[in-house]
Write a protein that binds this ligand. Structure first.
Ligand SMILES: Cc1cc2nc3c(=O)[nH]c(=O)nc-3n(C[C@H](O)[C@H](O)[C@H](O)COP(=O)(O)O)c2cc1C
Length: 191
């Protein structure tokens, strides 16, 4: 079993990646393979609404000049998908919005190709707006028929500067329990 995680932060190894890594550690403890793919510094543009994915039906985006199709392939081969985003003006980052819009449309064009994978949202935030980010990512999971485990709180961690989120004990605990629950669910589905 494998879980692929995407950090949509513009900062490599920032708070979003730290939170995700806490989830991944728990999954690894349960023998589940993991991969963290950081979008920071990578080219990923928005959906251009060409609708070619509905004509081609080849499980890929017709726009092939950026990293999106590599992400799609990783999502397709995984049993679980984590989308992590920092809170930017009470919303997801541009990178995660692109991933949601383009992979979401390709998935629907190809018969809901992420159906019954396990999905989890992870959010980094300084102070406010993280619930909207959490919701935005979960909208993607639910319309694509993924199955979503919970934790002891909504999956968010508080911090401004890189690494500050490590001081948010409840946030880190939320990630660890999310990892345990994701592993439990994956084993029920595929064990
Ligand atoms: C463009 C931008 C917008 C931001 N907007 C918000 C916001 O609306 N609410 C908030 O609490 N923090 C906001 N922040 C702070 C980040 O969410 C916070 O620093 C987070 O930990 C960054 O995660 P990262 O280290 O993974 O990049 C913003 C940061 C940036 C760069």
């Amino acid at each position: 079993m494998k879980v692929v995680a995407f950090s949509g932060s513009a900062r490599k190894d920032g708070n979003t990646a730290i939170l995700i890594n806490n989830v991944l550690q728990e999954l690894e403890k349960e023998g589940i393979e993991t991969e963290l793919f950081q979008l920071a510094g990578k080219k990923i543009r928005g959906c251009i609404a060409c609708m070619k994915c509905f004509e081609n039906k080849d499980k890929h985006c017709a726009n092939k000049d950026d990293v999106l199709n590599e992400c799609l392939e990783k999502m397709l081969e995984a049993d679980g998908i984590i989308l992590g985003s920092p809170t930017y003006f009470a919303n997801v980052s541009t990178e995660i919005k692109s991933l949601i819009d383009r992979s979401g449309l390709v998935a629907i064009a190809n018969g809901h190709m992420f159906k019954r994978k396990v999905g989890a949202a992870v959010v980094a935030v300084r102070r406010a707006g993280s619930v909207s980010v959490f919701d935005a990512i979960n909208h993607f999971f639910f319309i694509n028929q993924l199955i979503v485990p919970g934790s002891i709180y909504w999956n968010m961690g508080f911090g401004l500067e890189k690494g500050e989120v490590e001081k948010d004990e409840e946030g880190i605990q939320t990630m660890k329990i999310l990892g345990e629950n994701m592993a439990w669910l994956l084993k029920k589905l595929h064990g």
